[in-house]
Design a protein around this ligand. Structure first.
Ligand code: NAI
Length: 347
């Protein structure tokens, strides 16, 4: 992803989307109807109803059941991978080898070795963009906070407290999803891990400790996962991060991050307010809550895709690098190891 775009070109970027599940559909709709300088020319899914969605609802002309077939298509310049995390590394490598730019959802892989395989192949294709979807880096509030920190406005940042908390889903989508997601820290906290590194100036992580509990979803025990997890990470130079991830909030989605420095602190996303309407009545004062991550980060998803397209067209470079994604996985793996062992884990 750290790349040098070789040339600028006026033609729209021709994209093939791979995976049309919970998030893939959203990316596909944005690419088909709401992103400039893009044509959604192909879609791939092993599921017939998803292929039908792409054909019928989005009008995508070339539909594939098989990823290899999409990669052979010379009319596809870039792929957007929104597939199970366990497939990300191999699918990214195959795309780069086929000469495509790649956007791959987070995390890049579930272990550091797979991440490093991707990094090695990306280094062989420096004219191809490879970007991992750490969407919060494209959220206006997080960007503003990071710019303030980088400008020294809170002095030296030394502590990040960050949480990703989802509303409880009684259907247990994520219980079925858990075996391929890497667990709550790799799936949810990986965003907070990336934010912590970004806000703290990319310090080296030294060790991690994690604990967790199952509040509502006993099915998670089968794969060693929890529905509420806590972690502490120590970084070289004294900086620290504390993460909380939950699948069981009763009210709605609540992502927030606090960065504390020697001369001040910043708080992004204090509560789960859906909008700016505050209702007051006999029951009290309150506001509607955000339903899920997509509602919270809709603008960021759009800006993220605009950045990917601009990078592929040689119009901008990306601050977010593949190495950042490797480090996020490295820390996530150590946290997960600590959760399972109950011991402090070296990163
Ligand atoms: P999902 O299970 O709803 O969708 C997965 C999709 O991949 C399905 O369309 C499935 O048919 C397709 N698929 C499975 N095997 C395939 C193959 N061999 N070739 C092509 N397609 C294949 O999962 P969801 O929730 O959409 O997550 C997908 C990815 O997006 C995950 O890596 C997840 O971590 C990431 N994600 C990122 C979020 C963010 O905030 N940036 C939020 C939600 C998910």
């Amino acid at each position: 992803m750290s790349h040098s775009p070789s040339s600028s070109c006026a033609a729209p970027l021709r994209v093939g989307i791979v995976g049309l599940g919970r998030l893939g559909r959203r990316h596909a709709e944005a690419l088909a109807f709401a992103t400039r300088h893009v044509q959604l020319v192909a879609a791939c899914s092993p599921v017939e109803s998803e292929r039908e969605f792409a054909r019928g609802e989005l009008g995508v002309p070339r539909i594939h059941a098989d990823y290899e077939a999409l990669l052979q298509d010379p009319e596809v310049d870039a792929v957007v991978l929104v597939t199970p995390t366990s497939l990300h590394a191999d699918q990214t490598i195959a795309a780069l080898r086929a000469g495509k730019h790649v956007f791959v959802e987070k995390p890049l892989a579930l272990n550091v070795e797979d991440c490093e395989r991707v990094l090695a192949v990306a280094a062989e294709h420096p004219d191809r963009v490879a970007m991992v979807g750490f969407v919060r880096r494209f959220d206006p509030s997080y960007q503003s906070a990071q710019a303030s920190v980088a400008a020294g406005e809170i002095g030296r940042p030394f502590l990040v407290r960050s949480q990703t908390c989802d509303r409880n889903d009684p259907d247990g989508f994520f219980v079925r999803f858990a075996p391929t997601s890497g667990g709550i820290f790799m799936d949810c906290s990986v965003h907070d891990i990336d934010l912590a590194r970004w806000l703290l100036g990319r310090p080296k992580a030294l060790r991690a400790f994690a604990s967790g509990t199952i509040a509502l979803h006993p099915g998670l025990a089968e794969c060693g996962d929890v529905d509420n997890g806590l972690a502490i990470v120590e970084f070289e130079g004294g900086a620290r991060a504390v993460f909380y991830a939950s699948r069981t909030m009763a009210h709605g989605h609540e992502t927030s991050t606090e960065v504390i420095g020697t001369e001040g602190k910043l708080l992004v996303g204090e509560h789960a307010a859906r909008d700016r309407v505050v209702r007051s009545d006999a029951r009290g004062v309150g506001h509607a809550v955000l339903a899920d991550f997509h509602e919270r980060f809709e603008a960021a998803f759009s800006r993220e895709m605009i950045a990917f397209v601009a990078a592929c067209r040689g119009e901008q470079t990306l601050d977010l690098t593949l190495s950042d994604a490797v480090e996020a996985t490295r820390i996530g793996v150590a946290i997960t190891r600590s959760l399972i062992s109950g011991q402090v884990a070296p990163v």
